[in-house]
Design a protein around this ligand. Structure first.
Ligand code: FAD
Length: 384
């Protein structure tokens, strides 16, 4: 438990009211900003603050009733209008998860409360470690023991929802002076003057995600910054929730695409009827995925193999579904969807991001293959 205020609702009426408030923010001010976010790189911290005040950034926390269903539903409504902001919501939500589940009073007290209410902002730098712990690539950050803490060095090419005064959850491989492997630590990386933020190249989308390269040069990780040591059991515990939360982004982008298809049905239905992936078919698939999501959201800390397989499968299907829906929406909309300011073409790029952000579709398939052959790397209890 933590000292985050119980700002998430606790009854069916309150749930509805909560989602209405989130929808109001998404369909109102956020919808009006979507093109600026996408094309001009406007970083919507004002919208994130509103979402925080509404409870959308902390609903999944234990201290707020562990309502993963509501947190995901909120992200879905945001992603319907702007995939970039949906991604920011996900990054913020998982960062809150790290702070709370750390059990470190320096992170899970007032700091978590401010985070979950959208008074402070931070994301997650776990793409590389998630891949590294699954054996896909090498760990980018290295920590050397230093007194009661560590000094961390290395480079991460892209981390979103950070900036001066912000922060992100990160992981480093621990090595002693002889280069011996001592496991991994997870820590909160404060973007203070000891952190070099490097400008990224212009992206095809997600321009308003405040994505930076990070270079660490002897960055001090004091005990107050430790999220987990050893990190592997912690990652094993949060992995399901981390991946499941992303499904909200995938389904939201797909739902927005569906709406664009329905919008032109009156005018273009007579010819659009010859297209594949028609709205009725996609709606049925969406309903099926939402039902599976609702079941999985009840037990986000289940570490069983079957649960993880179901989560990976739903996340992969969600990404593939978003890609298909975005493609179909473009074909349904025709030229009006190809205009630079049109949501249909923006969603194509948002859906592509859902497919490549870690865990990307290729990683999800790789991990499902590993898991189904029972070669899943087991967490090393006590590794340090
Ligand atoms: C807009 C954007 C926002 C992101 N936000 C985050 C975030 O908040 N947190 C986070 O942890 N990760 C973030 N990522 C990283 C993302 O989750 C993926 O890990 C990344 O896109 C690499 O995907 P991949 O594993 O498919 O690598 P692949 O494309 O298969 O490449 C393999 C390796 O090469 C590296 N690589 C490929 N191209 C380049 C390049 N041009 N320059 C440098 N290295 C390269 C990759 O990082 C990866 O390690 C972001 C990426 C993008 C594009």
């Amino acid at each position: 438990m933590n000292s985050a205020q119980p700002i998430a609702p606790a009854s069916a009426d309150a749930d509805e009211q909560f989602l209405d408030t989130v929808t109001g923010i998404a369909d109102g001010p956020l919808a009006g900003l979507a093109n600026r976010i996408d094309q001009e790189g406007y970083y919507p911290l004002d919208i994130m603050a509103q979402l925080g005040q509404a409870g959308a950034l902390g609903a999944h926390l234990d201290g707020n009733g562990q309502r993963f269903d509501l947190a995901i539903a909120a992200m879905q409504r945001v992603s319907r209008r702007c995939g970039t902001t949906g991604f920011l919501v996900w990054a913020h939500q998982v960062c809150g998860l790290y702070l709370e589940q750390s059990g470190n009073p320096a992170l899970s007290g007032e700091r978590l409360a401010a985070h979950s209410q959208g008074l402070r902002f931070g994301g997650t730098a776990l793409s590389n470690p998630m891949k590294a712990l699954s054996g896909i690539e090498r760990m980018a950050l290295v920590a050397n023991p230093d007194g009661d803490g560590y000094r961390v060095n290395g480079v991460l090419p892209w981390v979103s929802h950070i900036g001066a005064g912000q922060y992100c959850g990160a992981l480093a491989a621990v090595r002693d002076a002889q280069g011996n492997d001592l496991g991994e630590i997870m820590f909160l990386l404060d973007c203070d003057d000891q952190v070099e933020l490097r400008q990224c190249p212009a992206f095809a989308g997600m321009e308003g995600s405040s994505t930076w390269g990070i270079r660490l040069n002897d960055y001090p990780v004091t005990p107050e910054r430790i999220i987990a040591s050893p990190a592997r059991p912690f990652i094993a515990r949060i992995r399901g929730g981390f991946i499941l939360l992303q499904v909200g982004m995938a389904l939201g982008v797909a739902e927005g695409a569906l709406e664009s298809m329905i919008d032109v049905e009156g005018q273009l239905g007579h010819v659009n009827q010859f297209l594949d992936d028609r709205p009725a078919q996609l709606q049925a698939e969406l309903a099926d995925m939402m039902q599976r999501l609702a079941t999985l959201a009840r037990t986000p800390y289940d570490t069983s193999r079957d649960y993880l397989l179901d989560v990976l499968d739903l996340r992969a299907q969600g990404a593939e579904f978003a890609l298909r829906a975005a493609q179909s929406a473009m074909l349904h909309q025709g030229a009006r969807g190809y205009v630079l300011s049109a949501a249909a073409q923006r969603r194509l790029r948002e859906a592509q991001f859902v497919g490549i952000v870690t865990p990307a579709i290729k990683h999800l398939r790789w991990e499902m293959d590993q898991l189904s052959r029972e070669q899943w790397p087991q967490p090393r209890e006590g590794a340090q």
